[in-house]
Each structure stands twice: as C-alpha cells, then as structure tokens.
Ligand binder design. Structure first.
Ligand code: FE2
Length: 228
C-alpha cells in the first residue's frame, strides 16, 4: 500500500531515527498499556486506541530539542516549559497523521494527574479518560524500570510499589489496582534496543523525510530560539 505524505508510519519512523530512546520507551509503554487494558475486557477498537495513543504519546518530543531531552541535570524554567508543550505538539502531529480523537486525547492527557496537578489542562479524576489514565500509569512504570541517566532501574515489584504509593494522588486508584493485579511476566519485556544513538537536530535523515516534509521543523525551532 502506498504511504501518504504524513501518516502513522512516517511518525514512528521519524521517532526511531531522531529520538530512538523515545521510540523504544513508547513501544514498551504501548505493550504494557495493552497488557493492562486487556484486563478490563475492552472492545478491540478501544484497545487499538490505547495501543496507538501509547505508541505516539511522546511524539511531540520530535519538536523538543535533543539538548533538553538528553539533559541529565535540572532543567531551567524555560526548558521545562518547552518540554511541557510536547503533549500539545504531539496532538498536532497525530491529527495531521489522521489519528482519531480517542488517540489524540491520550496523547494530550498522558501527563495529567488524578489530583489535577498535572499538565497541560490540569484535569483531575474522571475528567481524564481512562485510556489516558492507563497510559499515564504505564508511562511512569516504564520510566522506573528503564530509567535514563544515572538513576538505577527499579525491579518490577519496586516499581509497582512506588506507583501504588501514589494511587489517589498522581495516579488513578482503579488503574493502579489493575497494574497490581497484572502477572509479573506481562511486565518483563525484552529491551528493544540496547544503545540508542541520538541524531542531532537539523541533520537530514532520509527515514524522517516524510514527516519533516509535512512539518516545518526548522521554522518551528527558529521560532523557539527567537523567544529565548
Ligand atoms: Fe510525555
């Protein structure tokens, strides 16, 4: 089947090429989220939304500078603000790729918290669709068991315990209950790639060509620099 100028495959290819750690993390979050969503006996269409939403939840990081994504120390306030717009940027990219509303709202709300202290919309409780609450929990789980930088990885049981401690504050208790009931074997995935290598921003990359043709990254980044 011929590929369109801007579609799911061009987005995931661009992530693999330009943000390989994000791509690997997203694939794991998608697998974890499907494992968890399956426990609730959902129809196939809802499971597919969860799969796609998790796979693309961080696609907006294509438009966040690598220097921010790779920084191991504390981010400046401006860098933090730049990072925190990745859900909005992700929705724009996903909508251009034809993703339906159910997928886009997962992307938009994967950093919302149960207590309303998340971002970008500070929604709380059931204001955040349960599919996004699933991805929020599994996003945090993967960050604990596959950390970046100097932090040591948690075991599956440690990660579950740490997430359970935030049930009712950061995370939805109902979803955390689902995570705690999952068999450990479903939470032990093989790493997709051992040593991902980042491609510097602005470097032409044939794999990412379709996505970059449809989205003018250079003018976007120039706009950000002009605002610094
Ligand atoms: Fe994110």
């Amino acid at each position: 089947m011929p590929r369109t100028l801007f579609d799911l495959e061009s987005l995931t290819d661009a992530l693999k090429a330009k943000r390989p750690q994000v791509a690997d993390h997203s694939l794991r979050v998608s697998q974890y989220s499907i494992g968890l969503a399956t426990q609730y006996g959902l129809p196939q269409e809802a499971l597919e939304s969860v799969r796609l939403g998790a796979l693309l939840h961080d696609v907006g990081k294509l438009l966040v500078p690598v220097t921010i994504l790779m920084k191991t120390g504390r981010l400046s306030r401006r860098q933090e603000e730049e990072l925190k717009i990745h859900p909005d940027l992700g929705v724009e990219l996903a909508a251009r790729a034809g993703m339906r509303d159910e997928v886009c709202r997962i992307i938009l709300h994967h950093h919302e918290r149960y207590d309303g202290l998340g971002y970008p919309d500070k929604k709380s409780g059931s204001e955040v669709h349960w599919t996004a609450r699933i991805v929020a929990v599994m996003n945090a789980f993967d960050a604990l068991v596959h950390p970046r930088g100097n932090r040591r990885p948690c075991s599956v049981d440690e990660a579950r315990t740490r997430i359970a401690q935030q049930a009712g504050s950061r995370f939805c208790p109902w979803i955390v209950g689902g995570l705690l009931s999952l068999p450990s074997t479903l939470l032990q995935l093989a790493p997709q790639r051992e040593t991902p290598v980042y491609v510097p921003d602005g470097r032409p990359d044939p794999i990412a060509t379709l996505a970059t043709q449809a989205w003018d990254f250079s003018s976007y980044n120039a706009g950000l620099e002009a605002n610094c």
